[in-house]
Each structure stands twice: as C-alpha cells, then as structure tokens.
Design a protein around this ligand. Structure first.
Ligand SMILES: [Zn+2]
Length: 277
C-alpha cells in the first residue's frame, strides 16, 4: 500500500471503523457509541496522530478513550494527540514505555525515521498508559461494551485483544500482508495465545495490527503457521540443529516469513529452551 493511497475510516461493522494507515500499513480502529468513542492504537508520530484525530472528528465529536494494543511505537507514539483521554494498555506495556524513553525514540528513529511519512519520529513525546489491564476489563464506551483481554504472550508480552459486538481487534498477534514480527516475540507461546484469539472469533470482522481486515479462517491459518514455527524450533533444539538450518526451513514453510524474522524467531525460541530468555 503506497503512502499516496491514504484514506479515512471504513465501517467494518455497525459503528466500528478501521483506518488503514499506509505507513507500515498500520490499522487504527474507532468504536463509536452514544456520547463516547474508543480509539484502538494511535500511529507513530504527532503528524500521523493529528491526521488520525481529524478523521475521527469527521465521524464523532464524542469524548475519546484510547487503547494501545501493545508497546510498539507504531501503535502508541501518537498518544500525545489524545491528552486528556484515558489510555488503556496491558500492565507490562505501562512498565516498558517508561524505561528510558529517549533511548527508545532514538532506536526507533534510527530504524524507521527514513521511511516516507515518518517525519517527526525523533521528536515524539511518549505518553504512557493511564489505565492498565492485567487479564480483562470491560469498558462502557457510549453504551457499547468493549472487552480488553490479555490472552498470553505472543508478538510481545503485552498484547491486548479488543472485542466489541462480534468484531475482534487482534493488534499484532495477527498480521495480514506480512508475516508477524518476531523481534520481541515469544515464539513458543504465540500459537497458544492465537488459539485463544480464535475462540473469540465468530462471523464478525477480525482487524489485524497491520494489513487488510480478515476473518476467522485467516486467524486459523495464521495459528497453523505459528504452531509450525513453534514445533520447528522445539524439534530443532531437541536435535541440536543449527539455528540457521531451522530458520531456513521456516522460510520455506511460510512464504511471507523473511529470513530476518525467521532468524529472530529461532533465536528467541532457542534462548527460551536453553533457559537464557
Ligand atoms: Zn508490533
């Protein structure tokens, strides 16, 4: 998806809108109730978040509550645009974002600052969550009940899954168009966590952290891919296979998985199995 293809929110279920932002193909979801609305994830920079807020205000003038699905910059560095709103996240997210924010901004800038649309990434003000979830919370958003759940470690140690009226918002536990990112992942637990996500899915839309809106069948397929990663790592470790060999096998099995991500997955899995994680 090119940066020039930027569009506003699309309604994917009654009062549930998704904005697919072209930089990193990142999704933001808006749940609109009567007198209140919920924004799930806030993009990467002040300019991106200002654009987002403008699009939100085309749909609702109501007070906003914010959820960050996890601590990665492309889901929470826009928080400063929502000052005054409650910002919900998992408690491990809250702990992470307050550790050396200036170092984190520099690292993220070095990796992503050159991308189109990332101007100002080095000048972000990190705003931590104001409310935290341990296992589950139900929010009343303008009369709509929205549930935030922590289902276990996976893409990170703080992925929240949001459900409202049959729609399931997975954050980066599920990604469309690219394989999920393994840099901060728990590859030996991720599949199990996604199995729990699958139980929440019915006929409604599933909004992944990145890419097109998908459905339960897509989640089932990604569960199978993640389970294959899990088992390949366990088998490789049990057989003393070199990490590179396991990573190469994974890339062959899962077409979307890049060699870099496969290498990260195996490295993190082996470290855990060797008691070094
Ligand atoms: Zn992420």
């Amino acid at each position: 998806m090119a940066f020039t293809e930027i569009t506003g929110f699309t309604e994917v279920a009654a009062g549930v809108f998704v904005l697919r932002y072209p930089v990193l193909d990142c999704n933001v979801t808006l749940v609109s109730g009567e007198g209140g609305a919920l924004v799930v994830d806030t993009l990467s920079t002040a300019a991106q978040a200002a654009f987002l807020l403008g699009e939100i205000r085309k749909i609702t003038p109501d007070p906003l509550t914010v959820v960050n699905t996890h601590h990665h910059f492309d889901h929470c560095f826009g928080n400063a645009a929502f000052t005054g709103s409650e910002i919900w996240a998992h408690e491990a997210n809250a702990a992470r974002v307050q550790v050396k924010p200036e170092i984190r901004i520099r690292e993220v800038y070095e990796e992503f600052g050159a991308l189109d649309g990332m101007t100002g990434l080095d000048e972000v003000t990190i705003v931590p969550p104001t409310r935290t979830v341990r296992s589950a919370e139900v929010l009343d958003v303008g009369g709509r009940l929205v549930t935030l759940r922590y289902l276990g470690r996976g893409h990170t140690d703080n992925d929240l899954v949001v459900t409202v009226d049959g729609a399931v918002l997975t954050g980066d536990l599920i990604e469309e168009g690219a394989a999920p990112s393994f840099g901060d992942s728990y590859p030996l637990e991720w599949a199990e966590t996604v199995a729990a996500v699958l139980e929440l899915c019915g006929d409604g839309p599933v909004v992944p952290g990145h890419g097109a809106v998908v459905d339960k069948a897509f989640v089932a397929a990604q569960h199978a891919d993640l389970a294959a990663v899990d088992w390949a790592i366990r088998d490789g470790h049990a057989d003393d296979s070199p990490q590179e060999a396991v990573a190469a096998r994974l890339v062959k099995q899962w077409a979307l998985l890049s060699p870099e991500q496969a290498t990260l997955a195996v490295k993190r899995g082996y470290a855990e199995l060797s008691g070094r994680a």
